[in-house]
Design a protein around this ligand. Structure first.
Ligand SMILES: Cc1ncc(COP(=O)(O)O)c(C=O)c1O
Length: 493
């Protein structure tokens, strides 16, 4: 028997209708409970304990409201909502698209004008900065991890005899098996071993170490190097100047394929169209996803040099890599409109300017509260706060990791209470990221930063993050972390 449907729905067929969701008959606690029951229960239960599970509703593109009517500024969304929630630029466009479009929806085996337009614009955008990409080709998919899977296959087909792929410590490229093999995080990898063979890890930002690794295994044995130009899930790590350009030169010398993973950084998040190009790297393959769908749909893209593309998909091999949904008309149309909006408003430049103001403010807050914040980092609208551990006792390594993670999780809750929604960082346990919309109005952005300052004033030292958490909540969280609780009592809202 299902739980949580309100009376009216239960008395009906037991099935939830679109009208139930649109009318908000099915919302709040009922939706949360069923989401736990039939979705990722553990994740949603943990968020529910913290009061972070939602569902949240849109007030403006940049502000969300919970079921109690409390409004917060949204700097969450894992960098996938470049214009906030349901931005009018896209909702208006979609209405037009839905009434006027006659192009086929999922035109896998024929040309499609939306797909052709988006791939052309992406290539021209990249070639504006990297002319060597003028004749590059694009493979579309529906997520970041799939864009990486495609990139790895293109690279392998180009260098079929080589067997090693190199990525970097704290890197994040996704969780399907190929991309997971290059995401060196034991929490995500261990249970799935053996992964795709040949994955090697080099320390991020260290060109000397990369050079030694390539020489040690033999340059001819290396298929590709996959690199984030700024690590996002790793906690916003900016490499030292010269790292990316040096990496490019090194790989070019040996013919190793360079894959720039711009899934988080690309299209303006870090203040440039392509962060790798801005840092002097002319990668062979560039992957994009998150913002390309405008925060409204899923679009991933793998942009590949012509010769490399042809090696995998040329001649009679054109079906060697494919998918059903990549290139679909509605996704491509939204992608095209998103790109147009980014260009017309020069949002990458705006992101760089406003983000610099945000980082300056974070630095002031850190200087005022050195016992709370160990470091603040960022570029453009990708900002990070790294916390001091909330327990300062000497602890064994396993417990230290748990304390680090709990510090960021409880800090996220405190930030939420202060009126700002942020993100955890999947490969950095002590870091909370802010990824506001690139078009967030300046007054909303300033209010957001004021609220971050309020949050820090409420928690002048990291241990306050713990002491401000109600003891009953801490106990439940500890029980949750220690074992699977037998009886759960998620909030009723
Ligand atoms: C740099 C990078 N690559 C790949 C991915 C995976 O993207 P997705 O979650 O869409 O599969 C992410 C997601 O956070 C990312 O930040």
């Amino acid at each position: 028997m299902t739980v949580g449907l309100n009376k009216e729905l239960e008395s009906n067929t037991g099935f939830i209708r679109t009208s139930d969701v649109l009318s908000e008959h099915f919302a709040g606690a009922a939706a949360r409970r069923l989401d736990q029951q039939h979705g990722n229960e553990e994740l949603l239960y943990g968020l529910d304990l913290l009061g972070l599970a939602g569902p949240f509703s849109r007030v403006t593109p940049w502000e969300l409201e919970d079921e109690h009517g409390v409004q917060r500024i949204n700097a969450s969304g894992y960098a996938a909502t470049p214009f906030g929630e349901m931005p009018p630029v896209l909702t208006d466009f979609l209405q037009e698209f839905l009434t006027k479009n006659r192009a086929m929806s999922l035109p896998q085996q024929s040309s499609g004008p939306w797909r052709a337009a988006l791939q052309t614009n992406l290539v021209r955008l990249l070639a504006r900065e990297l002319p060597s990409h003028a004749d590059s080709q694009v493979f579309f998919c529906s997520s970041g991890t799939e864009a990486i899977e495609g990139a790895l296959k293109f690279a392998k087909a180009w260098r079929p005899k080589a067997k090693f792929q190199i990525s970097f410590s704290s890197g994040y490229h996704g969780k399907t098996l190929g991309s997971l093999s290059l995401t060196p995080n034991p929490e995500y990898q261990d249970v799935f071993r053996p992964l795709v063979p040949g994955a090697l890890t080099s320390p991020y930002g260290d060109l000397g170490a990369l050079t030694s690794l390539i020489r040690r295994v033999g340059p001819d044995n290396v298929v590709c190097v996959v690199v984030e130009p700024i690590q996002g899930e790793g906690g916003v790590n900016i490499p030292p100047p010269g790292f990316l350009s040096g990496l490019g030169e090194l790989c070019r010398r040996y013919g190793i394929v360079v894959i720039a993973d711009e899934i988080q950084t690309g299209l303006g998040r870090t203040g440039h169209w392509f962060e790798s190009a801005a840092q002097g790297l002319d990668a062979d393959i560039v992957t994009l996803a998150k913002p390309l769908g405008g925060g409204m749909t899923a679009v991933g893209a793998t942009i590949v040099r012509h010769t490399i593309y042809k090696k995998m998909l040329g001649g009679l091999s054109s079906k060697r890599h494919s998918n059903t949904f990549g290139g679909g008309a509605m996704a491509m149309a939204v992608g095209l409109k998103s790109l147009e909006y980014l260009m017309e408003n020069d949002l990458p430049a705006r992101s760089l300017r406003l983000g610099a103001e945000g980082l300056a403010r974070l630095k002031t807050i850190q200087a005022q509260h050195p016992r709370l914040l160990e470091d603040v980092r960022g570029q453009g609208m990708l900002l990070a706060m790294q916390f001091k551990p909330m327990l300062g006792l000497p602890l064994p390594d396993v417990l230290k990791e748990l304390v680090f993670e709990a510090t960021a999780i409880l800090a996220l809750r405190e930030l939420h209470i202060s009126g700002v929604m942020g993100n955890l960082s999947l490969s950095s346990k002590r870091t909370v990221r802010l990824t506001p919309a690139l078009d967030m109005p300046e007054d909303v952005f300033k209010t957001m930063m004021n609220r971050v300052a309020d949050f820090a004033a409420r928690n002048p030292a990291a241990r306050n993050i713990l002491t401000n958490t109600p003891p009953a909540m801490t106990a439940k969280l500890a029980q949750f972390a220690a074992s699977k609780p037998k009886k759960r009592t998620p909030s009723d809202g």
